[in-house]
Design a protein around this ligand. Structure first.
Ligand SMILES: Cc1ncc(C[n+]2csc(CCOP(=O)(O)OP(=O)(O)O)c2C)c(N)n1
Ligand SMILES: [Mg+2]
Length: 793
């Protein structure tokens, strides 16, 4: 091994470089061929274009070869830009980690996913990607999670957290939110590689803002570097006229430069020199046409020596993240290289035939791995052995009790109870070490202060508190267990997602709990979806919520978030009204989250979303239900999604009606039940603690019936709690401080008339009573709704 540039960076020897070039060629072929196969050879059953991105894949084929076939270690974790998934799978195949049969299943049902998926792909994907920007930021938060895990559970072998990022991904705001937050500062294990092909989906980007982006990374404390000019261009810059050549390339409009890639060799000089200074024109005139075309498009993103050198330099930066701007060609090595609209372009069968032949393959050998007898084949085998990950070591996990032992006062809100439950849990040695909270600048206003007082705020280094606060002890240091973020809900959900994958990516399961003002769940929704799609397990409390946070007005009042919680896969949504019900649900959720990590596949998947409120309500009705049902039965029903808060009066006391409600509106519902009793109507009150679980139980029963062509039975969660059955039809009124639609399905589920009350317009400032009246959530409106429901029978 030699070393270069005065640093102790090993230079790969020539045989290694040659092996890498052969592997790169193979990877380019296999990714192109896999996409071609899906589109042209696999029979189409619906006439739809299958798609796949040959150009986007080709543009990172050198970068990914350099990473996987040279630079990565088994501990490293990589996010691959979405449109390069065929390259990833080709590499996994060459490394012997993916069966060949999968290569003909790209974008087919049960096959290789269009974009890398942790949960759906058959090979080991470290980070899902697809929604541009999010997959890029995920490794940053995974590295922040590793830093936290190392600080609390002891250091583990170093992992580098790598992201391969499309240049147009940098247009996404979440990228800049992620790098700006102090919680991601100083993460020396992070490497982002930007694939600077100067093209997005629609176009050649006219003014690529590389310099501006580089300054933004620098300002955020990153180590910024480039792999821009290939070796031939670098050599040409050193010859007479070279400086002018370099200036001319740097100043050239992007569209002009990109036009060179699709141009015939004899056209290149004319296009390249259009408007050039005489010195450049003369230099070009001295070169044969073929050579000029190769020279001026010689970019370092396709040059192994430069790339390996730059990667090694980044690796040496241990106290700040690194970003490499790697200049590439979209469609590199393909006849569609650099074409402005090549994003979704596919090679024709004739072009693929030529590529196969140029790659030294025939139809008999087109799927083959490299011959193990060759140097490149042996190199690939050596890398496969090197990258094999040892089985995960067992890690300690939390043992969460069924209840924190919270004693509810006479009147309390769910938000207040939530803060107190976390404090209770932080006193338990079998739970406390694993709890980690996070909030985007709303920790104190969402009642995390008690937890923070006890557990402190996480900072890699102890920070001095300059203004001690007698009420809130904001002590920052490596032992702290609250991660404070700036106001970015995207960052909150990305961080929760990675904290929720700590068992997989850092070998230590955690109990992540985030808080956010409920309306702003929507601000982080794509990251929320991203994280749960990735298989993360965490808890988020959206609080306060609904029009119940009355004076705060329409901009802060959430109405559609309950629907989001109900409809999101892998998320269990709960909206309890009473403190003890919240305690049981939260502890149950933590028990399930605690089971994350290796071997946890059998546990219920997913994350938990609690929609809470600051409205203090009388806890006595819940105590009465406890006394009536006993804790064991009541807890089972609360966890299943609903229980009877008020039984109907004795039989014969009038026509029956059911009032089913969630959350803060229960006092109005109870008042309505009392008014109805006065009018001779027998109202049962059902508190729906988790509309999500109830809905799922109903749907599971229905789907079972659909799939087995049998009449479905009502699920126990509905049968035992709601009145009716045996031919009796009890109409239902649903009441919710959320879109009326959220609970309206109960009518169908119960097979009875339903009137649904909820908030179906934007909110406004006022007192709770004003807003409830304006939205028909007051007791008088609920009584009228019950009469209306009875009239529908
Ligand atoms: C959030 C989001 N918006 C839009 C898209 C659709 N889309 C897919 S790729 C792409 C352009 C990406 O360009 P770039 O990141 O430069 O990738 P490359 O040039 O490597 O294909 C767009 C707009 C998406 N996947 N995600
Ligand atoms: Mg691009």
């Amino acid at each position: 091994m030699q070393t270069r540039r005065g640093r102790n960076i090993p230079t790969p020897d020539l045989p290694t470089l040659e092996a890498l070039r052969q592997l790169e060629r193979k990877i380019l072929w296999l990714s192109t061929w896999t996409i071609h196969n899906a589109n042209h050879l696999r029979p189409s059953r619906d006439g739809l274009k299958v798609g796949g991105h040959q150009s986007s894949s080709a543009s990172v084929s050198t970068l990914m070869t350099a990473l996987y076939l040279h630079t990565l270690k088994p501990e490293d974790r990589v996010a691959v830009k979405p449109h390069a998934s065929p390259v990833f799978h080709a590499i996994q195949y060459l490394l012997g980690r993916l069966d060949r049969s999968y290569l003909t299943t790209l974008r087919a049902f049960g096959g290789l996913q269009s974009y890398p998926s942790r949960t759906k792909d058959p090979d080991e994907v470290d980070f899902s990607t697809g929604s541009v920007g999010l997959g890029a930021a995920a490794p940053l938060f995974a590295a922040a999670t590793r830093r936290y895990v190392d600080a609390h559970f002891g250091g583990r072998p170093r992992s580098r957290f790598v992201a391969l990022v499309g240049d147009a991904e940098l247009d996404e705001g979440n990228i800049w939110e992620a790098i700006a937050d102090p919680a991601t500062a100083g993460l020396g294990d992070v490497l982002w590689i930007v694939d600077v092909n100067r093209q997005s989906l629609d176009r050649v980007v006219p003014g690529v803002r590389i310099a501006q982006w580089q300054q933004q990374f620098t300002a955020a404390g990153w180590h910024v570097t480039e792999a821009k000019y290939g070796r031939r261009l670098q050599a040409a810059f050193g010859r007479p006229g070279g400086a002018a050549l370099r200036d001319w390339i740097d100043a050239m409009p992007n569209e002009q430069y990109q036009s060179l890639f699709g141009a015939a060799p004899e056209e290149v000089a004319g296009q390249f020199c259009d408007g050039a200074p005489g010195e450049v024109t003369r230099l070009c005139a001295g070169l044969p046409p073929g050579e000029l075309a190769g020279l001026v498009t010689d970019l370092a993103g396709h040059d192994f020596e430069t790339l390996l050198d730059v990667f090694a330099a980044c690796d040496a930066e241990r106290d700040r993240p690194s970003v490499v701007f790697a200049y590439t060609v979209k469609g590199w090595g393909l006849p569609i290289a650099g074409h402005p609209r090549n994003h979704s372009a596919l090679l024709t069968p004739g072009q693929v035939d030529r590529l196969r032949a140029e790659s030294g393959l025939t139809p008999a050998t087109e799927w083959d791995r490299l011959d193990p007898a060759t140097a490149a084949g042996q190199w690939a085998r050596g890398r496969a052995e090197h990258l094999a990950r040892p089985p995960a070591a067992p890690a300690p996990v939390a043992a969460v009790p069924a209840s924190s032992g919270l004693r509810a006062g006479s009147s309390t809100s769910t938000q207040e109870a939530f803060g107190r439950i976390l404090v209770q849990l932080s006193r338990l040695p079998e739970v406390a070490p694993y709890l980690v909270t996070a909030a985007p600048d709303v920790a104190t206003s969402t009642n995390l202060a008690g937890f923070i007082n006890r557990m402190g705020v996480f900072s890699p280094r102890a920070r001095r508190a300059w203004s001690p606060d007698p009420v809130l002890k904001w002590a920052e240091g490596p032992e702290g267990q609250h991660i404070e973020l700036g106001i970015s809900e995207m960052n909150l959900f990305l961080l929760l997602g990675q904290l929720g994958l700590a068992g997989d990516l850092s070998g230590q399961p955690l109990l992540p709990v985030g808080t956010v003002y409920d309306p702003f769940v929507l601000r982080g929704l794509d990251a929320f979806i991203y994280s749960v799609y990735s298989g993360a397990r965490f808890i988020v409390a959206g609080t306060p919520s609904g029009v119940t946070l009355a004076p705060e007005g329409g901009a802060h009042q959430s109405t559609i978030t309950a629907s989001v919680g109900l409809e999101l896969p892998n998320v269990t949504f709960a909206e309890p009204a009473y403190a003890v019900a919240l305690d049981w649900l939260l502890c149950g959720a933590l028990q399930s989250v605690a089971a994350a990590g290796p071997g946890a596949a059998a546990r219920p998947a997913g994350s938990y979303y609690f929609r809470l409120t600051t409205r203090g309500i009388d806890q006595q009705p819940f105590q009465a239900a406890r006394d009536r049902l006993g804790d064991e039965v009541l807890r089972g029903q609360v966890l299943a999604g609903a229980y009877r808060l008020v039984d109907p009066p004795a039989a014969g006391s009038g026509p029956p009606v059911c009032l089913a409600a969630s959350g803060a509106v229960l006092p109005e519902v109870l008042a309505a039940a009392a008014e109805l009793a006065d009018e001779g109507i027998a109202a049962t009150v059902v508190d729906v603690t988790s509309a999500d679980r109830l809905y799922r139980a109903w749907q599971t029963a229905m789907r079972q019936g659909v799939r087995t062509a049998t009449g479905p039975a009502a699920p126990a969660a509905l049968r035992t709690v709601f009145p009716g059955g045996a031919g009796a039809r009890v109409p239902v009124v649903t009441v919710h401080d959320a879109a009326s639609h959220t609970l309206s399905w109960l009518g169908s589920a119960l097979g009875v008339p339903a009137v649904s009350l909820g908030v179906d317009s934007f909110g406004q400032s006022g007192a709770v009573a004003d807003l409830y009246r304006a939205n028909d959530l007051d007791s008088g409106s609920i009584v009228n709704a019950a009469l209306a429901a009875l009239s529908l029978l």
